[in-house]
Design a protein around this ligand. Structure first.
Ligand code: SF4
Ligand code: SF4
Length: 401
C-alpha cells in the first residue's frame, strides 16, 4: 500500500514504524472474514482492512472523528487478523500507534475519560484493587445474579515451595491475577519445583504495562515496563534463566518490551534482553521433563486458547499437545481462533459485543459437555467463569490437583 504520511508524524519513530507496517498491507482482505467484530457487525470499518485504512488516512493528515475512534475502540486487539495475513502485517502494533494518536486528536467525553482512568488507576495496583474485590466478595450473596458471576470466588492457593533449586527463573507477579487468583502462580511454582526449577518473586515488580498501554496511556504503560525491568535486572545479571509468565496477555506484552522501548536511551538494551528471556509457562513446562507431572487423575476438558497465546505469542497447540501427552482428554472446540470477548478491559468498555462473543465461545466450549474448561489467561478465565456452567481453571492448576 502506498503512503504519504503527514508532517506531524512522518519523521517520528512511531510514524516510521507505522509507515513500514502500512506499506506491507496489500489490501487483499484475507483477514476480514476471520475478524470477530466484522463477523458480528458486518461493517468493513469494523474489520482489520477497514481499520488499517482509517489509521492510514489519519496518519496522512485527514480529519478523524469520534466515529473513527469508535471503530478502533471496537477492535479487540485479538490479532486473529495477524495470524491469517499472508503479508505479515503487524496489525496489533499499528492499532496501538493509531489509538495513541487518535486519543490526542479526538479526545473523549468526560464519562469515558473517567471510566478509563478508573480502570487504569485501580486494576493495575493490587493494593487498590485487592480491598475493593474483598468488599465485593463479601457482598456477593446480596448482589443480583447478573453481577454475582462477575466476582470470581477465590480458589485456595497452594504453599509456595521452599526447597532450594539449582535452576532459577523469575516470575512476573502481575496486577489483577495475584488478587483474583493467587492459586495460579502458586501452582506454577509447584509444577516447576517438580521439574527442578526454583521461581523467584522479585520485589518491586507488578503490572506488565498492558492495561495502560492498550488504553492509549503509552507513557504510563512504559513506566510499568521500566519498573519491572529494574526489579528483574539484578536477578538477570545473577543468571536467572527466564522470566516465566502465567497470564498469556501479560506474556505477549513482556515479549514486546524490546520493541516498545527500542528508542529508550536507558532501557532499550535491557528491554530487548528481558523480551528474549520472557516465556509462557507452557513453553517452560514443555521444554522440561514433563513426564514427571502426570496427574493422578485426568479429566475431559475443553481448552480455550486465549488470543494472546495463539495469535499474540504464536504458541497455538503447545499447551493442548502438552495436556494430551499428560493424559487429559481434550474435547474438540468449534472456531478455536475466535476471541471470547474478554480482551483486557474490553468486556467493561464494550459490554454488548463482549457478551455476544462470550455466549458464542461458551456454546462452543460446553458443546462436548466437558468436566471443566481450561485456559491460560486470567482475563479470559474470569470472563468465561462469569457465565460458564462448569468450573474454569488455568491449565497449570490441573497439574497439581
Ligand atoms: S492486513 Fe494482511 S490480510 Fe489484511 S488486507 Fe492487509 S495484507 Fe491483506
Ligand atoms: S485484532 Fe481482532 S478484532 Fe481487531 S481487527 Fe484484528 S481480528 Fe479484528
Amino acid at each position: 500500500m502506498q503512503t504519504q504520511l503527514a508532517d506531524f508524524i512522518k519523521d517520528t519513530p512511531e510514524g516510521r514504524e507505522a509507515d513500514e507496517i502500512l506499506r506491507n498491507c496489500v489490501h487483499c482482505g484475507f483477514c476480514t472474514a476471520t475478524c470477530p467484530t466484522y463477523q458480528l457487525l458486518g461493517d468493513e470499518l469494523d474489520g482489520p482492512r477497514g481499520r488499517i485504512y482509517l489509521i492510514k488516512t489519519m496518519l496522512e493528515g485527514q480529519e478523524v472523528s469520534a466515529r473513527t475512534q469508535l471503530h478502533l475502540d471496537r477492535c479487540l486487539s485479538c490479532r486473529a487478523c495477524e495470524t491469517l495475513c499472508p503479508s505479515g502485517v503487524r496489525y496489533g502494533r499499528l492499532a496501538d500507534i493509531g489509538r495513541g494518536i487518535i486519543e490526542e486528536k479526538v479526545g473523549r467525553p468526560w464519562r469515558q475519560r473517567l471510566q478509563r482512568l478508573a480502570l487504569r488507576k485501580l486494576l493495575a495496583y493490587p493494593r487498590r484493587f485487592g480491598p475493593l474485590l474483598a468488599v465485593a466478595r463479601r457482598m456477593r450473596p446480596l448482589l443480583p445474579a447478573a453481577w454475582r458471576g462477575k466476582i470470581p470466588i477465590r480458589a485456595p492457593a497452594a504453599a509456595w515451595p521452599s526447597r532450594p533449586q539449582a535452576r532459577k527463573m523469575l516470575i512476573l507477579e502481575g496486577c489483577v491475577q495475584p488478587v483474583m487468583a493467587p492459586s495460579i502462580n502458586a501452582a506454577a511454582a509447584n509444577v516447576l519445583d517438580r521439574l527442578g526449577i526454583g521461581l523467584i518473586r522479585p520485589e518491586g515488580g507488578g503490572c506488565c504495562g498492558a492495561l495502560s498501554y492498550h488504553l492509549a496511556a503509552h507513557e504510563e504503560g512504559k513506566d510499568f515496563m521500566r519498573r519491572n525491568i529494574d526489579a528483574w535486572w539484578p536477578y538477570i545479571e545473577a543468571g536467572a534463566e527466564a522470566i516465566v509468565i502465567t497470564a498469556s496477555g501479560c506474556g505477549v506484552m513482556v515479549k514486546e518490551y524490546g520493541q516498545i522501548l527500542k528508542h529508550d536511551l536507558v532501557y532499550a538494551e535491557k528491554a530487548e534482553r528481558v523480551s528474549a528471556l520472557a516465556k509462557d509457562i507452557g513453553e517452560v513446562v514443555a521444554s522440561g521433563d514433563w513426564e514427571k507431572l502426570r496427574p493422578p487423575s485426568t479429566r475431559r476438558i475443553a481448552f480455550q486458547s486465549p488470543c494472546t497465546l495463539q495469535h499474540g505469542q504464536r504458541l497455538n497447540g503447545l499447551v493442548e499437545g502438552l495436556l494430551r501427552s499428560l493424559g487429559f482428554e481434550l474435547i474438540p472446540v468449534a472456531n478455536p481462533h475466535l476471541c471470547c470477548g474478554s480482551a483486557g478491559t474490553y468486556s467493561i468498555l464494550q459490554p454488548k459485543l463482549s457478551q455476544e462473543l462470550l455466549a458464542a465461545k461458551l456454546k462452543a466450549l460446553e458443546a462436548g459437555e466437558p468436566d471443566l474448561i481450561a485456559t491460560a489467561n486470567i482475563g479470559c478465565l474470569a470472563h468465561l467463569q462469569s457465565q460458564a456452567k462448569v468450573l474454569v481453571r488455568h491449565w497449570v492448576e490441573l497439574l497439581i490437583s
